[in-house]
Write a new protein. Structure first.
Length: 156
């Protein structure tokens, strides 16, 4: 990650990522350290599969902690503009007609996106297309399944 690039967050997303980091440091890290120590106590490390797995888990955990620390160090919390709810912006929940199906998306920063929960990044293909549109606006977006038509129904 570019050390100087700001990472945009909603206040809620920043808190969620901060809580994840705290959980990893205060709960998961001690658990993994204990697992490594337990596996090490079983003898010869050259033929100790449990030790290898525990060390791999530890490396993955430390990598995730480093990623989250870097992300939060470069965080920029976007203030919601509560005065103009007529325009799609970060932090807003948008109900749309997506090729005849009703969908509801929350527009969030890229580091907090959870597509399976319909929290999409402002930089995603759909999120970036929605930005700046108003209720009633229609536009096309390219999806993995081909082009789709989106109409903004409401913004909250």
């Amino acid at each position: 990650m570019d050390k100087h690039k700001k990472v945009r967050f909603t206040a809620e997303g920043y808190e969620r990522v901060s809580a994840e980091l705290k959980e990893l440091i205060e709960v998961k890290r001690p658990e993994v350290i204990a697992a490594v120590a337990e596996a090490r106590s079983h003898g010869d490390l050259r033929e100790n599969a449990a030790y290898d797995v525990a060390r791999q888990d530890q490396a993955m955990l430390e990598k995730r902690i480093t990623e989250l620390e870097d992300t939060l160090r470069n965080a920029e919390i976007m203030e919601e503009d509560s005065t103009d709810l007529s325009v799609v912006a970060m932090g807003r929940t948008v109900a749309v007609d997506f090729d005849g199906d009703e969908e509801v998306y929350k527009i969030v920063g890229p580091a907090e996106a959870q597509p399976m929960k319909n929290e999409i990044s402002e930089e995603s293909p759909i999120g970036s297309q929605m930005m700046g549109h108003k209720v009633g606006d229609s536009f096309s977006v390219e999806t993995p399944g081909g082009p789709a038509r989106i109409t903004i129904k409401s913004i909250t």
